[in-house]
Design a protein around this ligand. Structure first.
Ligand SMILES: *Cc1c(COP(=O)(O)O)cnc(C)c1O
Length: 387
């Protein structure tokens, strides 16, 4: 039996362990390889009898500090870090599926995950069926014969929650492996492994980094599933995280509780103010439409709302003074992203187009600015864009 953890999550995240020479911040091991002191230690490493780092494509001590922290935070046995969220997602999926297998995936999934499944995986005879994540019946109907169920809760654009506990149980009945993208909630506000989900992925480019200066990804699961990636997939695809970026993520984790508390408060307040605004048709925020089965213990800063026909969307975007226009989210800076911009996007497969996101939808990422300033900015931009 493991002893009971003596400190709270916030304390464990903030209070780093001591490193070499008493450093409170871990060293950045900016080294491609790690040499051996003698012949026997080299032989021991290749036999698997030693955990000395070998080569930064497969293991780096700074990256390992991050992986250990993240495994603990998600309540998993092990974690692997990657150079992007998509590297984490593609490695995790490829560690499970083989040609001939079927993946079931919720329909409002992150667009590049959708393209990976519908475009890339199809080339290798791995098929996908996209189902309404709100419907347990639809998921249950799709599961027989599937290998993997891919979830993202809350989902992209519409922020709709899936009933993770029920879905995990259902998938187990059908012997289907479950994988969830937990980037929205961050590991602080949702613990999918404790609900019976098998694997968790994060785009660490969002809240975990938190400063819009790193692109990175993480997979957390039991040791067997992580080893299926680290032995058979990730060394060959090579999408490793750099020591410097791991260090920035470790720094990000120290303020994750503080930042998430602020994102939660500010976004919830702005979402309810927007809900009462005469030009807003709907607000998609899981805190305003609380599901009875909700497994979120807090809300992040990402939600969307729908402007009525009287508001010209390009004028609204241009009138904003504080909100930047841009993709991504989870940083210190508030952002808007109008759905119409991606609905008109050139190129293949788009989950927002295929599953009907309204062109009147605006996605917002609420940053760490003063909430009253953000509210004034939204209000004046709506007023300026009325036609
Ligand atoms: C950004 C994002 C990803 C992809 O992460 P990258 O770090 O950009 O590769 C995956 N899932 C969700 C929900 C995202 O928002």
């Amino acid at each position: 039996m493991q002893p009971e953890k003596p400190f709270s999550e916030q304390t464990r995240l903030t209070h780093d362990q001591r490193h070499d020479k008493g450093a409170v911040s871990p060293p950045v091991y900016q080294s491609s390889l790690f040499s051996f002191s003698d012949y026997d230690s080299m032989i021991a490493r290749f036999r698997g009898d030693s955990d000395q780092p070998l080569y930064s494509r497969v293991d780096n001590p700074t990256v390992k500090v991050l992986q250990d922290k993240m495994a603990e935070l998600e309540g998993g046995e092990a974690c692997l870090a990657f150079g992007s969220g998509m590297a984490a997602i593609s490695n995790a999926i490829l560690s499970v599926v083989q040609p001939g297998d079927k993946v079931v995936c919720i329909n409002h999934v992150y667009p590049d995950t959708y393209r990976f499944l519908k475009g890339f995986c199809t080339r290798f005879n791995i098929s996908s069926e996209f189902v309404d994540g709100d419907s347990l019946e639809a998921i249950a109907a799709a599961l027989p014969g599937a290998k993997l169920l891919y979830l993202e809760s809350p989902s992209s654009w519409v922020m709709s929650e899936q009933d993770l506990q029920k879905i995990a149980a259902l998938a187990k009945e059908h012997k289907v492996i479950t994988l969830i993208d937990n980037s929205w909630a961050s590991p602080l506000f949702q613990k999918p492994l404790a609900l019976g989900i098998d694997m968790v992925v994060h785009s660490a480019s969002k809240y975990i980094g938190g400063h819009s200066d790193v692109v990175a990804g993480l997979v957390i699961a039991n040791a067997e599933r992580i080893s299926a990636i680290s032995r058979y997939i990730s060394p060959f695809l090579g999408g490793k995280l750099s020591a410097n970026e791991a260090w920035l993520l470790i720094r990000g984790l120290r303020t994750l509780p503080l930042r998430m508390r602020q994102h939660h408060e500010s976004a919830l307040q702005l979402a309810s103010q927007l809900q009462d605004h005469p030009q807003i048709l709907a607000v998609n925020h899981p805190g305003l439409h609380k599901a009875a089965f909700s497994t979120l213990s807090g809300y992040s800063g990402l939600f969307s709302f729908e402007l009525d026909q009287s508001v010209d969307i390009p004028t609204f975007c241009n009138a904003l003074q504080l909100f930047h226009m841009g993709v991504s989210w989870g940083g210190f800076e508030s952002l808007v992203m109008p759905a119409i911009s991606v609905l008109n996007q050139a190129g293949e497969f788009n989950s927002a187009v295929d599953f009907g996101v309204s062109p009147r939808v605006i996605r917002v990422s609420i940053g760490l600015e003063d909430t009253a300033d953000l509210w004034n900015d939204l209000q004046q931009a709506i007023a300026a864009a009325r036609q």
